[in-house]
Design a protein around this ligand. Structure first.
Ligand code: URA
Length: 240
């Protein structure tokens, strides 16, 4: 049973401060399982209790996990004064303090971005130690040769000293210019730099999977939805 203070939960769930919640309690606007709450520090069980504000039930999840289909031209950041970010694409219903993208895609990369306020989960899925694969489809300028695949799959050491861990690479088009590549780390411009190291160039990049979870094909570019607990397991099984 997971218990949390009511003021902490409500303040974490949206745009309210703890002071706002205290004031709402004073005005008898909050109920717990139908009874008026009189103490903003009252503990509640988020898995079974029902909390209402002015009679409307409130979603009490501690953290939120959102799958976004990122379009090109959007920055993977929480906030930017000048440019539109992936967090700006999250609709009001899912907005809460502390949302950030768990792993960045370049501005011109499209595909699966996970947006959350759970720092520990983000760390777990991004740490190369946990071997959680991110799968991309890369469109290349030139056909990829077998020798290049061997180099990429062995792990690359760049001249500047950057070491890339072994990737898994599969050609998926007849002209050998479209490939599926799986990597477990997320270094700056990693896939573009990997293909550039074998004399090629990425002309388009799309992330299709995080872990074994595939980007929902029903989500058009720019749209997002919440993940279910079993989908979260598909990204990061509890043992990882
Ligand atoms: N590798 C890149 O080069 N760019 C991305 O956006 C993601 C991985």
């Amino acid at each position: 049973m997971e218990k949390e203070r009511i003021d902490k939960l409500l303040a974490g769930a949206g745009t309210l401060s703890r002071k706002d919640v205290k004031e709402m309690v004073r005005r008898k606007r909050i109920t717990l399982n139908g009874e008026t709450v009189t103490d903003a520090g009252q503990k509640i069980d988020i898995s079974s209790d029902t909390v209402c504000v002015d009679g409307t039930p409130i979603a009490l999840k501690k953290y939120i996990y959102i799958m976004l289909h990122k379009p090109a031209g959007i920055v993977s950041a929480s906030n930017s004064t000048s440019e539109k970010t992936v967090v700006d694409l999250v609709p009001e219903a899912f907005r809460r303090a502390g949302l950030f993208p768990a792993g960045r895609l370049d501005k011109d990369t499209t595909g699966f971005v996970l947006i959350t306020d759970d720092g520990a989960f983000a760390h777990r899925i991004l740490s190369p130690k946990n071997h959680i694969e991110k799968t991309y489809v890369a469109t290349l300028q030139s056909p990829l040769g077998d020798a290049d695949i061997v180099i990429l799959e062995k792990g690359l050491l760049l001249r500047d000293g950057t070491q890339f861990l072994p990737a898994s690479v599969k050609i998926i088009s007849e002209d050998n210019k479209q490939v599926q590549i799986k990597i477990c780390e997320g270094k700056y411009h990693q896939i573009k730099r990997m293909f550039s190291a074998v004399g090629n160039c990425v002309v388009a990049l799309h992330r299709t999977h995080m872990g074994t979870l595939e980007l929902d094909s029903a989500l058009p570019q720019g749209a997002c939805r919440e993940l279910t607990p079993s989908e979260l397991e598909q990204i990061a099984p509890k043992s990882s």
